[in-house]
Design a binder for this molecule. Sequence first.
Ligand code: GLY
Length: 594
Amino acid sequence: MSLDRGGRVWHDWTMTHRLTLRFGALLTTLSFALAPFATQTAGAAVPAPVGATHGMVVSAHHLASDAGVAVLKDGGNAVDAAIAVAYALAVTFPEAGNLGGGGFMTVRWHDGREAFIDFRETAPGAATARLFQDASGHVIPGLSTRGYLAVGVPGTVAGLEMARARFGTLPRARLMREAIALARDGFVLDQGDADFLAEGAADFAKDPASAAIFLDHGAPWRPGERLVQTDLAGTLQAIADDGADAFYRGATMRRIVAASEAHGGILSPADFAAYRAVVRSPLDCDYRGFHIISAPPPSSGGVVVCEALAILQGYPLSQMGFHSAAEVHVLTEALRRAFHDRNLDLGDPAFVHPDIAALISPAYAAHLRAGIDPDRATPSLSLGGVGASPEGQNTTHFSIVDKDGNAVSLTYTLNDWFGARVMAPGTGVLLNDEMDDFSSKTGVPNQFGLVEGTNNAIAPGKRPLSSMTPTIVTRNGALVLVVGTPGGSHIPTAVLQVLLNLIDHGMTLTEAVDAPRIHEQWLPDTLYYEPYALSPDTMALLRAEGDRLTPMGYENQVAAILVGAPALGAKPVGGETLYGAIDPRLPTGSVAGW
Ligand code: GLY
């Protein structure tokens, strides 16, 4: 079955309609809250997951999902498809898809082998711990988020080439074919594409190379118009011809370094020559019979998810019920403690060496649980000391399963939407502002309020701490779930809640992805909630326990594939084996399969 244009999920409802559906899902889900593993789909008023049999791609842009499925149909494996999707997103989803950023790829082969490719950006060799401070030690606003000083040495091309060389089966030219065509010939902008591009318009206008592409004679592009990216097509073609050297040692590098030098940046040819992607072991943990395969440092994502799950394992969440005050209380307290440890202990493993195994161990979880008062919120600062940093939240994630059951979970980013909002002339490559993910100064909260320790201070060649959480779940050795999301510090909390919704609350995949979320990150000391996430009486109970509550917007766009059935423990529909869901919070994404 082909699920391209006809089968993909469109999210063009009005917001009111969407929220009504989500509220309906919540009510229906509550009636199933006592069933830890649903034996049937919950049947809430949300779309059923999209099914397929031979392979599936769920990504932030429908043309990238289609590119991945085309590679799967050509006999490529999940890693081949991931490379095609990543290059295609660099064209069709310039908000976060990229050549000029970095990310993480979690791979799980059908025979149980696992791998993790770290292609996180690195600080340039000339970077110092006080790069973003003035002579008096004050952080200079905006310096780590806009312009060339904000740019880390990009890792994406090195990471994709490493994945292809180690795990791919198809030639580079085949994997980049759709991306090159989409850049060279252009693609027609949907409403969602045009809306996203309009968000960057003011900054594009200040950067001539970006303005020449992402603005139409100075004005935002409109839906129905064709976005052609000739320079990007040239850069992609050079990579297709000559591999990563075309980016790191050739004309692309020279143009980026020249533009950086001309605009106050510190990138050098040596920084590009020295960049290496790294193969690591994923971070694994277990929860109620499920095996979680996630992101190790320099991401904090796996640690936060695993530490929180270890704490939550001691509570009967399914009996407490989805978003009851009791469930939200223990979820908040678990996240408060996991983020406290994240923010103080974690950083690039080449520079700092916290005991990760201890942080996610059952013994430590039991110790932390003993400090959780079932009736009182723990003041965050009572957990102890601090430092500081920034973290962008505009990233993108995709999930892939191929016909053999190999799985890829990949999250990559420019940090903010469109990164540092600068592009070296002639490259078509938007550059990241990943330097903002370092701690600019201990004790100063970042743009998202994250407060971190000195372990994430800037140093030459160091990778900034990330929250990206590309995750794969198995049970009894069989693939169950591929999941991830953008959202900065909200990434691990969203991945965690999708897991809880599936495992503890028996939701279908679509319900688990669509359900309203909460967020807690230790500091600021407040519990964030999406619209409809908490009822007024639940909020009253939480406030009585001492929680501060803050409404939040939609920070994540989960892309997920569930294997076997639309919900855990449910029956397959029509013999299909793969079930995909793209978050309705994202206007451009799709589930594509065959
Ligand atoms: N820049 C977002 C992250 O790495 O978590």
